[in-house]
Design a protein around this ligand. Structure first.
Ligand code: NAD
Length: 304
């Protein structure tokens, strides 16, 4: 099948592109390379260097008539979204509308990468279900939620085919500590340099860490299944940032590098963990890489 991956040169997108090519799909990437790296794309994959919010995105999708569009291009930083909500809205809301219009014209399925950020703060350590209240704190969560709403409505307006995947905290090979890089990538970079690990807040905030290869599998499953559905993609396991730091040090054999505690970041939720029961019943998807295994593989790949 011909497929398009927006954000295809990014952390998750490039991993997905490799998997799609491996499965024999004719894969095309759209990316403005603001955070992505064209060097991550396999040979032979065509890259359209575009702002996803530009009208050309709709035109290219319409012209190329892919069977599916995986839409990952986005402004992904919570802090950046607070600094520049208009830019966040342009990428995440207008960008999604451009993709959506292209999918309507081409008759393509849309697989949308959303985030646990749409839920905002949850009470206690409750598992978040797809039906849990949506109380996004930052423009990032709000723009992703708004994009989701457009996608859902488009099903009513035009009968388009879509699956929305809401990811927990993704980690794995290819993630960088650049910008507001994931905490795992930030810890790995500090361990490599023998520096103390930097933690925002008291470190007792907890997250649901899901491996990028499990995210890729969920996207592949959505090619065939999950029409008109929204599914959380997480492990259901909450790990505190302090515990993650201990684990990274232990598995790397670095010994204790010490900690630097910095003020907590505006909008950092206390606990986030996702129930993926729906993904299991609808997509046949389950997380397959436990955190310690994923971290060991990452550390192994770093040749410390
Ligand atoms: P990333 O920054 O590595 O990838 C995003 C890609 O989109 C980059 O290559 C960037 O250059 C490109 N991009 C950004 N703005 C663009 C624009 N306006 N036009 C065209 N291209 C643009 O981030 P990622 O972690 O790979 O995230 C991919 C998707 O997954 C995003 O939609 C993100 O919201 C979602 N997500 C990620 C996580 C996570 O923990 N990494 C969690 C939940 C959801």
């Amino acid at each position: 099948m011909r497929v398009i991956v927006t954000g295809g040169a990014g952390f998750i997108g490039s991993r997905l592109v490799h998997a799609l090519v491996g499965e024999g799909h004719e894969t095309i990437a759209i990316d403005n390379l603001s955070m992505g790296d064209a060097g991550r794309l396999p040979a032979g994959v065509k890259l359209y260097k575009l702002q996803v919010e530009a009208p050309e995105t709709t035109e290219w999708i319409s012209r190329l008539r892919p069977g599916a569009v995986f839409h990952l291009a986005a402004q992904v930083g919570m802090g950046s979204s607070l600094q520049a909500p208009s830019e966040d809205g342009l990428s995440n809301v207008i960008g999604t509308l451009r993709v959506l219009e292209g999918c309507r014209q081409a008759g393509s399925k849309l697989v949308f990468s959303s985030t646990s950020g749409v839920y905002g703060e949850s009470k206690g350590k409750r598992l978040l279900k797809e039906t849990s209240p949506k109380l996004p704190f930052a423009p990032y969560g709000l723009s992703k939620w708004t994009a989701e709403e457009y996608i859902r409505k488009s099903g009513d307006w035009w009968g388009g085919s879509y699956t929305i995947l809401r990811y927990a905290n993704v980690y794995g090979p290819g993630q960088t500590a650049r910008g507001e890089g994931g905490v795992v990538a930030c810890f790995m970079a500090r361990i490599r340099d023998g520096l103390p690990l930097v933690i925002h807040g008291d470190g007792e905030q907890s997250r649901d860490f899901v491996h990028v290869d499990d995210i890729v599998k969920a996207n592949l499953a959505a090619l065939e299944r999950g029409d008109g559905e929204v599914c959380n993609i997480g492990t259901g396991v909450a790990t505190s940032v302090n515990r993650l730091a201990d684990c990274c040090e232990r598995l790397s054999g670095s010994g204790s590098l010490g900690r630097i505690y910095e003020p907590s970041r505006n909008g950092d939720v206390r606990c986030s963990r996702l129930s993926s029961a729906r993904a299991e019943s609808i997509l046949g998807w389950k997380p397959s890489i436990p955190l310690e295994l994923g971290l060991s593989r990452l550390l192994g790949g770093m040749n410390l």
